[in-house]
Design a protein around this ligand. Sequence first.
Ligand code: GLC
Length: 815
Amino acid sequence: MFYGLIMLIWLNSPLNENGGNMSALPQIGSSIGSLKKVDKTQNAIIVDYDSGKSMVEIFKTGIVHLTIQRGNSSRKSFAVIEKPEELSRYKVDADKDRISVSLKDGTVSYLPGTMGFSYFPKNGSNSVALTGIRFDDSGLVATFDIHGARNFYGLGEKTLPFNKYGSRATMWNSDFPAYSARLDPLYESIPLLLKADTSGAYGLFFDNTFRSAFDIGASDSDRLVYKAAGGAFELYLITGKNAAEVVQRFSELTGKMPMPPVWAIGYQQSRWSYYPEQKVLDLAHGFRDREIPCDVIYLDINYMDEYKCFTWSPKDFPTPENMLDTLHDLGFKVVTIIDPGIKDEKGYRVYDSGLNENVFVKKTDGNYFIGQVWPGDCVFPDFLNEKTRKWWGEQYRFLLGYGVDGFWNDMNEPSVFNTSNKTFPLDAVHELDSGTAEHSEVHNVYGMEMARATREGLEKLEPNKRPLVLTRASYAGGQRYAAMWTGDNFASFAHLKLALAMFLNIGVCGQPFIGSDVGGFIGNPDAELFSRWLEFGCFSPFFRTHSVINSAQREPWAFCAGGASAFGGDSCSFTKINREIINRRYEMLPEIYTAFRNASQDGLPILRPLYLCFPDNEEAYKISDEFLFGSNLLVAPVLDSGVVSRRVYFPDGTWSSIYDGQRFESGWHEVDAPLGRTPVFVRDGAILFTQSVIQSTSEQADTLILSVFTDTTTKGSTYFDDGESMAYKSGDFLDMRVSYDSGSHGELLRFSSKGEFKPQYKFLAIDMVERTLPRQGVMKTNDGQEMKGKISKVKNGFVRLTFPFSTKVESISVK
Ligand code: GLC
C-alpha cells in the first residue's frame, strides 16, 4: 500500500540543539514540486521534479539506494564503497507511475508521483514503506510505516536499550565523559537501523552526515520518523534472508575491517598517563616479573611537550628512543595518543608547517577557527580535504622514527572545551575534495576522516606493516580505518552492562573491532568490578585497561586486600585471578585471531548477538547480556556485583563449559560463575583451537591445542599468518582445516591446508572426549613419516595426544 504524503507529527525534536530549528510541524505536500520526467541511465533511474530529483540505484548485494533531494544537495558518500550495478542485470519496470525492482529476497517499489517507497519481502515478513517526505529550511523529515515490526537493532554506539524499538536517537558525534544510560548522542554516528525477528530482516541505512534523529515507534507505535538537519534523503535499503545476511551486505557496501597486527589483539595497558619514562619501564617490568601477559603500553597526553602533537616532553621523556628499544626488547609495543587540536603557536614545527600548507579549518571570515583543547588555543586540520590528509599522514614519520608502533586518535568528534556547542562553529568552512561544506554537514565524519588520514599516512610510511589506529569518533564505514572504543565510561557495574549492550549494536553496524576502558575510565573500580570487567575484556575484540588522570593504580596486580597498591603485592588472590583471566586471552589467541580473520572477510561481528547466529530462535532477539564470540563460543559475562552464579540462556544445541566440561542443553540454566571465571561455553561439534600461554605475541607458544567437542563427526578450521606484515595478502598465510570422524574402527582426524605460512609451534596436542578404552594415536605426514602420540589425561573428561608440530600433518588416527 502507498500512502502519499502525510502530516508528520513529532513534538520532541532533538534536532533543535545545534542543528537547526525543526520545531515547526512539517506540512502536507512535497517541497520539491511536481513530477516532470523519469529517465533510465545505465546504472540509475532518475526522476526529475520542478525543484529536485530522485534516483534509484541497485547494488549486487541486494541493496537498493533511493536518493530524494531538493535542488542539488546529494554528495558523494563518505561511507559507501560499493558501486551500483547496471540496471539491465535486474528485473526493473520503470514508468511515471511506478518503478519496481525484483530482488532475490523481495520487491522494491518507488512511486515517482508521491515519492512512496516500499519493500515487500518474499517470505511474507514485515514490509516497510516510506509514506511521506518533506524538505524545508530546517532540513528534511521522512516517515515510514513499519507494519508491525517491533525489533530494531543497530544505530551504532548508543546507551539506549538493546532493542531500539520505542526509542529516540540522535546522530551528532559528542564527547560526554561519564555518560549515562540513555544519554544520547555519543562519540560515534552509524545511522544503520536493522529490523530483525524470526520472520526476517532488513536494514535501513540513512547515509546523511548532518545532525539527524530517529523516532522508532516512540511517538507513534507503527511509525519510524527520520529527520536530518540538511542535505539529501539518502536511503539504502538492505535486503537479506536474515540479520546476518543484512549485516554482511552492509559490510560489502561500507567496507571491511582490515586485518590488524596480532599484538593489537593481545592485552593492553593504558592510563592517563604513565610518565615519566622510568614509570613506563617499571610498568613493563611489573608485567614481566609477575608473569602477567601484556602486549601494549599506551602513552596518553603527558608524553608530549605541553600537549603538542608529534613532540616528546623533554622533561619526562628525554630519551624516548632508548625507552622504546627497551620496551621492544621486553616484548611490548607502544601506542601514543594524537589529538586533532594543534597548538596555535608560532615556531612549533607542526603548526608552522600546517600554516604553510594551509590545512587548518577556517571560519566564514577567512580566519582560522581557534578553539581550546589540552594545549590551550588550537587550530584544527581539515581532514575532509585530501591535501590535509596527506599532510597529516606525513606527520607520523616523527613518531615512527622513534619506534612507536600504533596510534590512538582522540577528541575527534571534534571536541572543543570553550565553544558553547562544544565543537566547531556550525558554519566553519571545510574544503572537501570537491566543493566546500559547512561544519554542520561534515561534523559526523570529521573523526572518521582523521582516522582515515592516520591510516593512509601510516600505510604510506610503512607499507609492509599493518597499522593499529584506534579512534573515539567515527561514522559508518569507519571500520576500514580504525578500531574504536566506547570513550569515557565510568567504574560501575551499570557501565559494564552498557558496554556489552553498546558492543552488540555497534557490531551489527559493520565495526567488529571494539572495546571499552576496562574497569571504567572515571572512578576507581574495586577488585571485584575490575576482575569482572577484565573477564569481559578477555572476550572483547579490543582488550585495554585505561583510567583517568589521578585515578588509583589499575594494573592487574594493584587490587590486593587493603586497596590498590602501586606496583606492589603480587601474591594476593586478585592478582592471581587477574593473571588467569589474561592468560586465558593468550590461550584463546588462535581462536580469537581466526575470528578476526573471518570478520575481515565476511564482515560479521566478532562479538555477536545471539539472534545473528540463531535467527529462528525467538528468545535470541531478547538476550542482551550474553553473546557469541566468533562461531564456537557462548559467553555470559557476570554483570552484577556480589554474585557467583547467573542465569544463562543456551540457544539450540548442547554447550560445554570451558572450565569443567559441564554440558548444558538449550534453555535457561543457573550456572556457576566464581570470580575469574566468566561463564564460557563451547558449541557441541566445535573444534576449538587454543595454545599454551605466552607473555606477549612477540613470543612463540609451544603447543597448539585442538579440542574436539564431539564424539561423532565434525569439521573446524583456524588461520595463521606472520601477524604483522602484509605478506598474508599474497598467500603467506595458513588456513588449517581439520575434519574429525569417529566410527567402530576408531577415530580419524584429517588435515588439509591452504597457504604457505609455517607456524613455529613445537607440539600439536589433540584433546578428545575420554573413553574407556586405552587409545593410541598415530600421526602421518605428507612426506611419509609416522609418529606415535603421547597420551596424557587433561581436565574436563578429555584425554590428550601430543605430537611434534608439523604443517605437513595429513592425518591422525586413534584406536
Ligand atoms: C579523553 C579520552 C581519554 C584520555 C583523555 C586524555 O578523555 O577519552 O581516553 O585519557 O582524553 O587524553
